[in-house]
Design a protein around this ligand. Structure first.
Ligand SMILES: CC(=O)N[C@H]1[C@@H](OP(=O)(O)OP(=O)(O)OC[C@H]2O[C@@H](n3ccc(=O)[nH]c3=O)[C@H](O)[C@@H]2O)O[C@H](CO)[C@@H](O)[C@@H]1O[C@H](C)C(=O)N[C@@H](C)C(=O)N[C@H](CCC(=O)N[C@@H](CCC[C@@H](N)C(=O)O)C(=O)O)C(=O)O
Ligand SMILES: Nc1ncnc2c1ncn2[C@@H]1O[C@H](COP(=O)(O)OP(=O)(O)OP(=O)(O)O)[C@@H](O)[C@H]1O
Ligand SMILES: C[C@@H](N)C(=O)N[C@H](C)C(=O)O
Length: 455
């Protein structure tokens, strides 16, 4: 966590106007929310969709903030307290983060892609932990606010930082890449996420490739080489590249894949190293290959990487398998969803052995744009007879149900618009030996179903 004097903060943030008597005060960390102030921190008020953070400055100071940034065009700044004036508080936060990172001189890995950013970030951070003091994005703090906050949360002795870079519109990844200046940039895949804003998979690919804009001259771009939209665009990037993926046209590709409930085992070709990773899903092998490739470039050998990966600390609600006391199992994959990730999750649920019934609880996938209904129906069509039942939730979920009729009987498919009724039906339906998969977009909050099944 950043610890600097206010004189240093003023210089690092491009601010001005700090009273000389306050210059030697040292802040301890950054706060942006008056509802959760870190004592001794610098409060950075941000103007958001619902509030102007400046209106909470007095509360932040009362709650223990040591100082505050203040936008020059905001009226009534707090008096007789340490205030640093800036043109724009968000831009100042980003500049502070960039300067702090440069002072720590850390190695930087940036991870983007439609699916797998969080998982790959966690895999890479674990892999690097065998040799580096690593800091990584917490939760899903991956945007123009979350990434700077992640950098500012780095302990002073951090040696490597792994940053998740999220986006929903063109230009957002470019900003994050220029801020972070990665040594290694990863693009996990090109799916359909946020298609509403990007318009097409081509648009998504172009937006993800912005990660190369801030990539250091001597840096490397690692990308899913089985994606034509990336392969055909990468030559214009003019950086060293490494590919990973399913086929042997990639620099890293898997062999001898084995999956159990405790994770995946695979051999990394062409070297032939064997890895065991506590994560589910064949698609996560590709994410692991990306992590292995970057860790190798940061100087770790495969033995060190393998040891690090054994201690994987996965962020919650990503293919999280739990056995309940009532005798059924639940795969909590409820953080988010897109057709690519939902099909991957269905494939996993249908591949896992040892269950009497496989019950899919699938909800709306959001921000998919004009083809959203078709996307949901196509996802339903991917459900095979290996699944026993499908419960859908939401208006778009009903299109998953329509597609599911391709391979399932109508009495195997139930659709709901009311979450409480869905939860009631699922609780009544569950029996020993069942495997449930729960997945939908963040906005559907299907973790409530997971909780009900886990009671
Ligand atoms: C700006 C902010 O941090 N807002 C957080 C705040 O929301 P709230 O509605 O309460 O306030 P406002 O945003 O209107 O307020 C502005 C500021 O005022 C502060 N404030 C408010 C009330 C109060 O009493 N006191 C105050 O001090 C407030 O703290 C603001 O600073 O609280 C919410 C609940 O805690 C937060 O959820 C909200 O955070 C927003 C969403 C945010 O962007 N947070 C980032 C740190 C972050 O990284 N969040 C991630 C999710 C990121 C994400 O969705 N990524 C996308 C890809 C990128 C898309 C991009 N276009 C984008 O817009 O993000 C993805 O698909 O992954 C996270 O929360 O996990
Ligand atoms: N390469 C992949 N192909 C398909 N699905 C994937 C892939 N990688 C991860 N997933 C799935 O995508 C979902 C989200 O995983 P994760 O949170 O790691 O992705 P993310 O890109 O960080 O998502 P977000 O954009 O919400 O931050 C999970 O269901 C995960 O299993
Ligand atoms: C977290 C949020 N930005 C997100 O990922 N949205 C998509 C649509 C999802 O939840 O699937």
């Amino acid at each position: 966590m950043i610890k600097r004097t206010l004189a240093e903060i003023q210089d690092m943030s491009g601010g001005e106007g700090l009273a000389q008597s306050f210059e030697t005060i040292e802040i301890d960390g950054i706060s942006t929310d008056s509802r959760s102030i870190r004592k001794g921190s610098l409060f950075v008020p941000i103007t958001g969709d619902n509030f102007n953070g400046h209106r909470f400055a007095d509360k932040a100071l009362a709650e223990g903030a040591a100082a505050i940034l203040w936008a020059k065009n905001e009226h009534n700044p707090p008096q007789d307290v340490p205030v640093i004036y800036v043109d724009d508080t968000l831009a100042a936060l980003q500049m502070l983060a960039k300067t702090y990172k440069e002072q720590l001189n850390v190695k930087v890995a940036g991870v983007t892609g439609s699916n797998g950013k969080t998982t790959t970030k966690d895999l890479l951070a674990s892999a690097l932990s065998a040799s580096f003091k690593v800091h990584k994005t917490q939760g899903n703090f991956n945007n123009h606010i979350g990434l700077p906050l992640t950098l500012l949360a780095m302990p002073e002795d951090t040696e490597a930082v792994v940053l998740e870079m999220g986006m929903s519109s063109k230009g957002e990844i470019e900003l994050l890449s220029k801020l972070a200046r990665p040594d290694a940039a990863v693009i996990t895949n090109i799916g359909e996420s946020h298609m509403m804003d990007l318009g097409s998979r081509e648009g998504i690919a172009e937006a993800k490739l912005e990660i190369a804009i801030g990539l250091k001259e001597e840096g490397t771009l690692y990308y899913f080489g089985d994606e034509p939209l990336l392969r055909e665009r990468v030559p214009a990037v003019n950086r060293r590249t490494v590919t990973f993926g399913e086929t042997d046209r990639n620099d890293l590709y898997p062999a001898d894949f084995h999956q159990s409930e405790s994770g995946v085992e695979f051999t990394v070709q062409p070297e032939g190293s064997r890895f065991s990773v506590p994560v589910l899903g064949k698609h996560n092998v590709w994410n692991a290959l990306a992590a292995i490739a970057v860790a190798r470039s940061f100087g770790l050998n495969d033995e060190m990487i393998s040891k690090g990966l054994e201690n994987l600390a996965m962020t919650a609600m990503r293919l999280e398998l739990a056995k309940t006391e009532r005798g059924w199992a639940v795969i909590n994959d409820a953080y988010n969803a897109s057709p690519t990730s939902m099909k991957a999750a269905i494939r996993l649920a249908e591949d896992l052995e040892g269950y009497s019934r496989r019950i899919l609880i699938l909800g709306d996938m959001l921000e998919l744009g004009d083809r959203e209904e078709a996307f949901h129906e196509e996802t339903g069509e991917a459900i095979t007879a290996r699944s026993s039942y499908v419960f859908t939730y939401g208006k778009l979920g009903a299109f998953i149900a329509e597609g599911a009729k391709k391979n399932l009987q109508e009495d195997q498919i139930k659709s709901f618009l009311d979450k409480e009724k869905l939860i009631q039906a699922v609780k009544e339906f569950a029996q020993q030996g069942d495997l449930f998969l729960v997945k939908a977009s963040r906005g559907m909050r299907l973790e409530e179903v997971v909780s009900a099944l886990s009671e």
